[in-house]
Every structure is written in C-alpha cells, then in structure tokens.
Design a protein around this ligand. Structure first.
Ligand SMILES: *Cc1c(COP(=O)(O)O)cnc(C)c1O
Length: 370
C-alpha cells in the first residue's frame, strides 16, 4: 500500500511536500489587503491538501499555491453534501511568535465529524501538521493587533459517482483567511430572533458535527431573523420547540443574579471549543456552571424578573458576543438594558489574553507554531 503515513513506535510520519507559490502576493499588495479585512474575503497565498482513496489511504500531502479545484460535475459532494469543516485561528503574540488555540480539539472534532458523515477519518497529527505548515508558510499574512489568521480545514467527497453511498475518495484541505477584530470598537451586543418555524437539529441527526449541510439548513431561519431586524437566529429543540439550543453558528450561555452560568447540554448542539473553554475557565474561577436545558419561556420570565443578568453567544470567530435583545413572533425582550455585561466581557478578555499569549495558559491550550 502506498500510504504515506506509517506508524512507527506510535509516531505517524507525515511527509508534506512543500511547493511555495512561484508568484506570491507582492508585499505592498498584501499590506493593503491587511488594512481592509472583513471576515473570510481575503485569502493567503497557499493551501494544504491531502488526498484519500481506498487503495492508498491518505497520500500526496502538499503545501502549495492556493488554486481552484477541478471538479467533475458528478463529484459526490456536489450532490449529496458529504462535507465537513473546522474553524480555528492563529494569533500573533507580542514577541512576534504565533499561537494556535487548542488545535488538537479541532482535530478530534474533525475525526468525529468524519465518522458521523461516513467519511474517511483523518489522523489527528495530519490535521495538526497541515494547519501548522500552512501557518508557517503564510506567516506574513497574520495580522497584528486584535486580528488573527482564520484557518478553515475541510474535507469533501471526491468520487465521481451518482450512486448514494459513502464516497471512496476524499480531499482534505486547509485554507487561511486573515481577519480583523470581529468588532470594531469592542463587541456590540447582538439581537437574536427565536426561530419557531425552523429547527436546526434532531436527536440522531447531524447537529453535533460540523458539516456544511447544517449551515445550508439554517440559512432560511437566518434570513427570517434578518427580515425581523435581528442579527442572528437562535434555534429551539426539534421535539418540544421550547428548549434553547444554539445560534446558527455559535453556542449560548446565560448568566444569573447569583453569578452562576447555564448553557444547554451537549447532544444535538455543536460541541464548541469556545463553549468548553468558557466552562473550564469559569469553573476554575469558582463559578457554578450548569449544562442544563432552559426554555424560551423561562428565559423571558427570568429577564423580566431580573434573575437573568446577561446572555451571550460564543464561537471561534467572534469569541463572545453579548446578546442585547431577543425577538420572537410572540414579543421582544431586552437583556441587561441592551448593553454588554461584565461577565461576558470578563470572560472574553480572559480567553483572548490566553489566545494571544498575554496570560498564563494553565490548561495547555496554546500550541506555539512559531
Ligand atoms: C463551529 C460552531 C460553533 C462554535 O464552535 P467553536 O469550536 O467554539 O468555534 C457553534 N455552533 C455551531 C453550529 C458551529 O458550527
């Protein structure tokens, strides 16, 4: 077998061939692009790619010029959506070095996503190596200050076949996009729309894995949120339509007057690494954190009585977004007077300081790439 990754003494040898771009973006052009960053529109010069087929396993690992994929119109992913992805960031430290935040957790989640979608799981060391090599070759694209390099590992079913079955071929790739601070001038509270017509995930479905299909299914609800003047949608459970689950792409936390936190339990929601990090940091600080169900009616009542002090959404892209207003067909309510609260802002600073290497890292979350 021509498999490139052989286990020797428990070590997986990964041989990425590096082919630097023959015409990288000129320095001035790159500098200009880095001054005008939104989210996900500017890309670096390279990508990492690894191929899989049944005969050879994972093979042909390369870091090369970012280029278009040539896809046959009958490629499986275009028809049956066998696709998964990840999202993580590289942060520039004050000393000029570069941090990744918990890439092992992303690699593990990617493995779980592949298994759920009947795709070929990618060994975790290959995932991490691909990400690290891309960060190193495109290091000049990492913005300073509060910016970061957003990394997007993904995998598609690459077999040319219209039969409905797991593909026998896959392509794993990592691309990178420099992003500015998500919020100019500090995180502005978001308004969210409670989706009563559409659900995101059901027990036994794919809600707990990061597959593109989950996002496709959420877009109509997100459009409804925008139509109602809201920034984001929040989904309820698919059975009773009462329990808060999560936003389209972020998990959710509630802060009560006794200082405790509550977040919906894992199951149908995406197990966010930011969510997990917030739980760990809060518990370490002596805060009570419950992973329990919470209904939309209770939320409304607690906001009215003052028992609920804050609510916030969390995820890699925005870190923490305070929720200022909740809207639904049956009425709106405001949280913390519509302002960002101290718990959300405190946790945000704690996390961001660890990510940029400005604070101690007691949980070994940081992986120095440079
Ligand atoms: C990626 C994602 C999150 C956040 O996960 P992080 O690991 O914290 O970035 C939350 N919900 C959904 C649906 C997601 O896809």
């Amino acid at each position: 077998m021509g498999v490139s990754f052989e286990k020797i003494d428990g070590t997986i040898l990964i041989d990425f061939e590096t082919r630097p771009s023959p015409n990288p973006t000129p320095e001035e052009e790159r500098a200009a692009k880095l001054t005008d960053l939104g989210f996900g529109r500017v890309f670096t010069d390279h990508m990492a790619v690894v191929h899989y087929n049944q005969a050879r396993g994972w093979h042909d690992a390369r870091v090369e010029s970012r280029a278009r994929f040539l896809l046959d119109p009958a490629t499986a992913v275009l028809h049956y959506a066998q696709e998964i992805f990840e999202g993580l960031k590289a942060y520039r430290r004050d000393d000029g070095g570069v941090n990744l935040f918990r890439p092992d957790a992303n690699a593990r989640r990617f493995w779980n996503s592949a298994e759920r979608m009947a795709m070929a799981p990618l060994p975790e060391p290959v995932f991490i190596e691909a990400v690290e090599q891309l960060v190193r070759i495109d290091r000049d694209w990492i913005p300073g200050g509060e910016g970061s390099l957003y990394l997007r590992p993904f995998m598609i079913a690459n077999e040319v076949f219209l039969g409905v079955k797991p593909s026998s071929e896959y392509v794993f790739a990592v691309i990178a996009s420099p992003v500015g601070s998500y919020f100019k001038g500090g995180p502005a509270p978001v308004s969210i729309w409670v989706s009563e017509n559409y659900t995101r995930a059901a027990v036994g479905g794919t809600g707990a894995v990061k597959c593109g299909g989950n996002y496709a299914a959420s877009l109509r609800a997100q459009a409804e949120a925008i139509d109602h003047g809201c920034d984001q949608v929040v989904f309820l459970d698919a059975v009773e339509r009462r329990y808060i689950e999560e936003l389209g792409g972020m998990n959710i936390f509630f802060v009560f007057d006794d200082g405790s936190l509550l977040t919906p339990p894992l199951g149908t929601i995406l197990p966010g690494i930011t969510r997990d990090s917030i739980i760990t940091l809060s518990k370490q600080a002596g805060t009570r954190v419950r992973e329990e169900t919470y209904t939309i009616d209770q939320w409304r009542a607690d906001a009215a009585s003052g028992k609920l002090r804050e609510a916030f959404a969390c995820g890699t892209a925005a870190v923490i977004s305070p929720i200022g207003k909740v809207c639904s067909a049956s009425g709106n309510f405001v949280i913390n007077g519509g302002a960002a609260g101290p718990v959300a802002m405190g946790l945000r600073k704690k996390l961001v300081d660890i990510q940029y290497g400005r604070a101690a890292d007691p949980h070994n979350w940081i992986r120095k790439v440079l």
